[in-house]
Design a protein around this ligand. Structure first.
Ligand code: FES
Ligand code: FES
Length: 186
């Protein structure tokens, strides 16, 4: 059966059984192998992708159930609606050297970005609760938590800093005030 998918901002048509798990379609039909198979039973989080910005387990999601939904895989994350979260998480992951073998990490990053989108300032407990479905056999949990906290902090600093536009307007306003002051003197 032909099905249409909106994946990483592009339309794809696939000819598969409607009950085929989304993970098989992503990896075997669309050749996007960043999303991993772990347990196949929604227990490990290795297969996590986003549907409309929230995380889902693609190993137990029939492809027919996500037609007309916006699906994002790790490959499309940097250019998705969660690009700000993705950039902050990528930088924190690199700074802290979170990754060990790497197998679970695309799922961890998909969950971490979805968490930060929902909750830009998560507590330790919020992180534990949200990330509890993502298993890491290398036990990088402490670094993952540290990475999420660093990403949250960098996003909050970026938000507090004036943008280039506001600096421009500040400078323009100062110049205008100066000119007005000069004209009053004249
Ligand atoms: S492979 Fe989907 S949760 Fe483990
Ligand atoms: S980094 Fe190896 S399984 Fe998580």
């Amino acid at each position: 059966m032909k099905l249409s998918l909106d994946l990483n901002g592009q339309k794809h048509e696939v000819d598969v059984d409607p009950n085929t798990p989304l993970l098989w379609v992503i990896r075997d039909h669309l050749n996007l192998t960043g999303t991993k198979f772990g347990c196949g039973m929604a227990q490990c989080g290795a297969c996590t992708v986003h549907m409309n910005g929230t995380s889902i387990r693609s190993c137990v999601t029939p492809v027919s159930s996500v037609q007309n939904q916006s699906i994002t895989t790790i490959e499309g994350l940097p250019s998705s609606d969660l690009s700000k979260e993705a950039k902050a998480v990528a930088q924190a992951w690199e700074d802290i050297a979170v990754v060990q073998c790497g197998y679970c990490q695309s799922g961890q990053i998909m969950s971490a970005t979805a968490l930060l989108k929902q909750n830009p300032n998560p507590s330790d407990q919020d992180i534990d609760d949200f990330m509890s479905g993502n298993i890491c056999r290398c036990s990088t949990y402490v670094r993952i938590k540290k990475g999420i906290k660093q990403a949250a902090q960098s996003m909050s600093i970026a938000q507090a800093e004036p943008s280039d536009d506001s600096l421009f307007y500040d400078a323009t306003a100062t110049d205008l005030n100066k000119q007005e002051g000069e004209s009053h003197v004249a």
